[in-house]
Design a protein around this ligand. Structure first.
Ligand code: SF4
Ligand code: SF4
Length: 689
């Protein structure tokens, strides 16, 4: 006998009609619930959903390919959930089981409808049937396992995830749907009594049926019908409840994955015309957010991964990215569009280091940092910034650098002693390293972007000098802008002062155009990110590399040759701290390691921290926090220095002048004597420069 089963075997026609009526009713509730949320998202500004739903595909065509890739990799592939240990595995089991059962039910209905047209169209039999039953029977176990795990976790660790009463319904109903599904299958086997492969291809169902083997067929049929109804009613209630529970992320999540195209470290520019038209800057009302941003609020499942990764939250500052997203969502649900700044307070917005850790870990690509920086723009425009950060902005405005030092001293670290313009450059004089300016070397091939810290900060100047020595040793044809270089404006932009940033960026772009600069090496990851991602928005397009990338390249080409004999460095005493704007935001983490490796004795390795590469942890200086004061116990740098020292390292290598300052503070706060050095300094030492 060909193995098969009837879709509605043992279900009377009247029950089938009621079943279809309830299917329509539950779908109607589902669609109505989704429509209510969609109407909220549509209140947002700019691109996104209207284009998607009104057929203006031209607007979203460029997004389709990357959107589909995100759906495939992050959605179906669960890329950002897989590495979560047991939780990740349980979520994958639940997800795969759910998808399989959903697909299986859909196929069953298609077979039923096709078979209604003609018996020839039935495909639910034979080998297909065996594979189908075996697959669903097995993956149903994965589904049940996943549900059970999350239910137990919710009982045992109630604080680990956000809590809503409806969560009990979600997990409980899923579990009951799985259990009653097996019961229906077992009872069907009990009354149908299939034999051979037709029975054995549902091993779990067969096991359940063994409980009813002694029952008369009529009893099995009655109980089967009853349990089938319980199962069906649970499914209908579940479908109708999706838009009203946490499970709505299964709808909004994939939509957001498809539409969210923000790149880490990138901000949307604002034009003066736009500000005049809108009479505001940044977000003061939820309706100022884009439709996709509003949709993303519904995609959040409160998993808490962003909160776990947030350095501000870890140091007990009043910021949790998850809370920010949930607060905004509550405002949207309650139609309180204007209460943004009453709800998200200034201290919350200013606590963010713009490290992007939250956005980079979110499984559904919600972008808390993007929303925070948009709200911060409004806060700063309304005069909500005070203290040392406001002073730094004023100095950037008046002196083109956050220290407020004279522009004439910008290249002082590189000038011959006789030309040093003021006593503040005296340390530079003592160990000056002449670097050619674009005037002195007009045929330069590479521009060395020194940055404000490399120009004015005494400690960072040593890195600049090491870098110049290395460039010279490798015979690189380079030049610096000297006093014509200004702050990139990166801190100003992340702090929220968009127009100060634009002023500085436009001045720098004009200078770079004047000298026909096309290739730049920067040793500050914040300058690098700004030159790479901010400047193209204003017409500045350059090939920008980080100094560690260039050094690694020069080593590979043999233009820098570390000595083969062992130096004073010990192989197990160096650890490397990845700067957020280098490793996470721009994916540069191997070049610094290759450079360090070349500077260390052969065969030795770095003592690595747990949080490294894209998963690095912030030093606390980003987002303009470098210019803010904080109490010692709230310092992110102290925490990160603790992680570095826990490796046993005596030297902490960095590749960012902000990290250099913060890690030195952190090491000092921990009373350690470990050294903090830039990768360039370590290599220059090794080369005896
Ligand atoms: S924003 Fe993303 S990472 Fe944060 S709680 Fe929501 S879903 Fe999780
Ligand atoms: S960008 Fe960093 S500091 Fe800001 S909310 Fe996200 S994780 Fe927290």
């Amino acid at each position: 006998m060909t193995p098969t089963r009837e879709t509605f075997g043992n279900i009377p026609p009247v029950s089938q009609w009621i079943f279809y009526a309830l299917t329509v009713a539950s779908m109607a509730v589902f669609v109505w619930g989704c429509w209510r949320r969609y109407r909220l998202w549509r209140q947002g500004s700019s691109i996104g959903l209207r284009a998607l739903f009104s057929g203006r595909l031209k607007e979203i065509m460029p997004r389709i390919k990357p959107g589909l890739r995100r759906l495939l990799v992050d959605g179906l592939g669960q890329k950002r959930v897989r590495d979560r240990g047991m939780t990740g595995r349980a979520h994958a089991a639940l997800f795969i089981g759910f998808m399989a059962l959903f697909a299986g039910t859909t196929l069953l209905e298609i077979d039923h409808l096709a078979g209604g047209i003609s018996d020839r169209f039935h495909f639910h039999h034979g080998l297909y049937y065996v594979v189908y039953e075996l697959t669903l029977d097995t993956l149903g176990l994965a589904f049940l396992g996943g549900c059970t795990f999350f239910l137990v976790r919710r009982f045992r660790l109630p604080a680990s995830v956000g809590h809503r009463k409806s969560d009990w319904w979600v997990l409980g109903s899923l579990l009951l749907i799985g259990i009653t599904g097996y019961a229906v299958e077992g009872l069907r086997i009990a009354w149908q009594k299939p034999t051979g492969i037709g029975a054995n291809c549902s091993p779990v169902g067969l096991l359940v049926s063994s409980l009813a083997t002694s029952w008369p067929e009529a009893t099995s049929r009655s109980v089967h019908l009853f349990v089938w109804w319980v199962h069906s009613l649970l499914v209908f209630a579940f479908i109708g409840s999706i838009p009203f529970t946490r499970l709505f992320h299964t709808i909004a999540g994939p939509l957001n994955l498809f539409l969210a195209n923000a790149r880490l470290g990138e901000l949307q520019p604002v034009s003066m015309e736009q500000v005049e038209k809108d009479e505001r800057i940044g977000v003061s009302n939820l309706k100022h957010m884009s439709q996709q941003q509003l949709l993303s609020l519904d995609a959040c499942m409160e998993c808490g991964r962003c909160e776990e990764a947030c350095p501000a939250f870890a140091t007990r500052k009043p910021l949790s990215p998850k809370r920010v997203v949930q607060d905004l969502r509550s405002l949207m649900s309650g139609n309180r569009w204007e209460a943004v700044h009453e709800t998200i307070l200034p201290e919350t917005l200013l606590a963010c280091t713009a490290c992007s850790a939250c956005s980079s870990v979110c499984p559904v690509r919600v972008d808390p940092v993007g929303s925070i920086l948009e709200m911060r723009r409004h806060l700063v425009a309304e005069g909500g910034l005070s203290g040392t950060a406001a002073v730094a902005l004023r100095r950037m405005q008046s002196s083109s650098n956050p220290w407020g030092l004279p522009q004439a001293e910008r290249g002082a670290w590189a000038m011959p002693a006789s030309m040093a313009p003021s006593p503040s450059a005296s340390e530079s004089q003592a160990q000056h390293v002449a670097a050619p300016t674009v005037h002195e070397n007009p045929s330069f091939e590479l521009l060395y972007w020194v940055g404000c810290a490399g120009s004015y900060d005494r400690r960072a100047q040593r890195v600049t000098r090491a870098m110049v020595k290395l460039l010279k040793a490798a015979g690189v044809n380079f030049a610096i802008l000297g006093k014509e270089e200004r702050c990139t404006g990166e801190s100003a932009r992340r702090l929220g002062d968009e127009f100060l940033f634009q002023e500085l960026a436009q001045a720098n772009i004009a200078t770079l155009s004047k000298y026909k600069v096309s290739r730049i090496v920067a040793h500050c990851p914040h300058c690098l990110n700004s030159l790479l991602k901010d400047y193209p928005q204003f017409g500045g397009h350059y090939q920008v590399t980080h100094h560690t990338e260039l050094l690694s390249e020069l080593l590979e080409q043999g233009r820098l040759k570390p000595p083969t004999e062992l130096g004073s460095l010990s192989s197990d005493t160096i650890t490397y701290h990845d700067p957020c704007y280098l490793a996470r935001v721009n994916g540069i983490h191997e070049a610094p390691r290759r450079t360090l490796q070349a500077a260390m004795p052969a065969g030795s390795g770095l003592a690595e921290m747990d949080r490294r590469r894209e998963k690095t942890s912030c030093c606390g200086a980003g987002g303009g926090r470098m210019w803010m004061e904080e109490t010692p116990e709230q310092r992110v740098s102290t925490q990160r220095a603790g992680e570095a020292l826990a490796t046993g390292a005596k030297t902490i290598a960095v590749s960012c002048p902000f990290c250099l300052t913060m890690m030195r503070d952190g090491v000092a706060a921990r009373g350690s004597e470990a050294m903090v050095k830039d990768v360039a300094e370590i290599l220059a030492d090794r080369l005896g420069l």
